[in-house]
Structure formats: structure tokens, C-alpha cells
Write a protein that binds this ligand. Structure first.
Ligand SMILES: [Mn+2]
Length: 192
């Protein structure tokens, strides 16, 4: 089965449209999954410590034309959590924390430890593959070591553990094609 995995949309409609079009061209039968941070919260971390019961319009970039694009399941991101916190709206908490698909776990990644260079330390995972986002930096981690990403070239993952940051839609129009029969992962990038 084919999966198209992408995250960190941050309410960017145009880039989301481009990525969805690219997926349609390259892998029209792929199942779509998002990794959270669908929306952009307009309230910064510090202000969010005290801000409560804000109107949604003030707290987040939420446009109907963008929301109509969101026809795929997504795990929760820190943006959704913060929007829920500052608005008090439960709506943004209805996303699951993790999804499990063939041999893989999907998670936003803000749950990991992140250092000052914005590099993650991973907990122990129980699936061969993990797909995450959060830092907006596409990367492959093998035995905890970050290795270079090449685009458009299927990477055979076999049964080895690969921890994969798919990058972001908002900045670089990234997505990943995962084929769970061939056991390949292909980093993709739509054109601006
Ligand atoms: Mn994030």
C-alpha cells in the first residue's frame, strides 16, 4: 500500500494545494496522512501561558478555503494544542496523538526532547519506521544519527529502523511517499 505523509502546513493554503496536486500526480492511489500543525497559532508560546478564552480568529489562522482542503486524517501538533489552550475550544483536541500504519508510527514530534539546535532525542520506538515533523527539516535518522536526504529516489528501508522527518509543507512543500509492500520511502518536494 502507498502512503503520502506530510505535515506542518501551518494554515498555508497555497503550499498545501501544491503538495496535494503533486501527490495526485505522483501517487494518486496513496492514502493521505498528516503529521499535525495543520494550523498556525498566532499566539506565541510565552503569551499562551496566560492567554485564555480568546476568539478563534484572534488565536489562529483559520480560513474556510483552507479547512476545506483538510480531508485527510492527522495526528495532533503543538499548534493545535496551543490553539485549544488559548481558546478553550475542544475542537482542536480531537486529533489522536499517534497513528499506526503498516510497520510505521506517525507522530508530530513535539513530544520528543529537543535541544537548543532543534535536534531531537528519541524515545524508544516499537515500529521499524517512524514518521514525524515539527522542526521543518527533512532528515533520516539511522541508529540516532542524522543522514542526508535525497529527493525522488526510493530508499529501501527493509526491516531496519528508520526515523524520518518528512520536512514541512509551509516552508519547503515536502512530503514522503511510503510504499509498505516495496518497503521504500521516497522524499518528495512539490514546486512552488
Ligand atoms: Mn510543530
Amino acid at each position: 500500500m502507498q502512503f503520502a505523509i506530510f505535515g506542518d502546513l501551518h494554515s498555508h493554503k497555497q503550499n498545501t494545494v501544491r503538495v496535494l496536486q503533486h501527490i495526485q500526480e505522483v501517487a494518486p492511489n496513496a492514502a493521505l496522512f498528516a503529521l499535525g500543525d495543520l494550523y498556525e497559532c498566532k499566539i506565541g508560546k510565552r503569551k499562551a501561558e496566560h492567554a485564555r478564552n480568546l476568539p478563534l480568529k484572534e488565536a489562529a489562522i483559520v480560513k474556510k478555503s483552507f479547512q476545506e482542503l483538510l480531508t485527510f486524517p492527522s495526528v495532533i501538533g503543538n499548534q493545535e494544542e496551543r490553539i485549544a489552550l488559548v481558546t478553550g475550544s475542544e475542537h482542536f483536541l480531537h486529533y489522536e496523538e499517534k497513528f499506526y500504519i503498516d510497520h510505521a508510527m506517525l507522530i508530530h514530534g513535539h513530544q520528543f526532547e529537543w535541544d537548543e539546535q532543534f535536534e531531537p532525542t528519541f524515545p524508544e520506538f516499537h515500529t521499524p519506521l517512524v514518521f514525524f515533523g515539527h522542526s521543518h527539516r527533512a532528515a533520516i535518522y539511522i541508529d540516532g544519527v542524522r543522514t542526508a536526504v535525497s529527493y525522488n529516489t526510493p530508499l529501501f528501508v527493509g526491516n531496519q529502523q528508520y526515523i524520518i522527518n518528512v520536512g514541512s509543507v509551509v516552508e519547503t512543500l515536502d512530503w514522503c511517499l511510503y510504499d509498505s509492500e516495496a518497503m521504500t520511502v521516497t522524499f518528495m518536494r512539490a514546486e512552488m
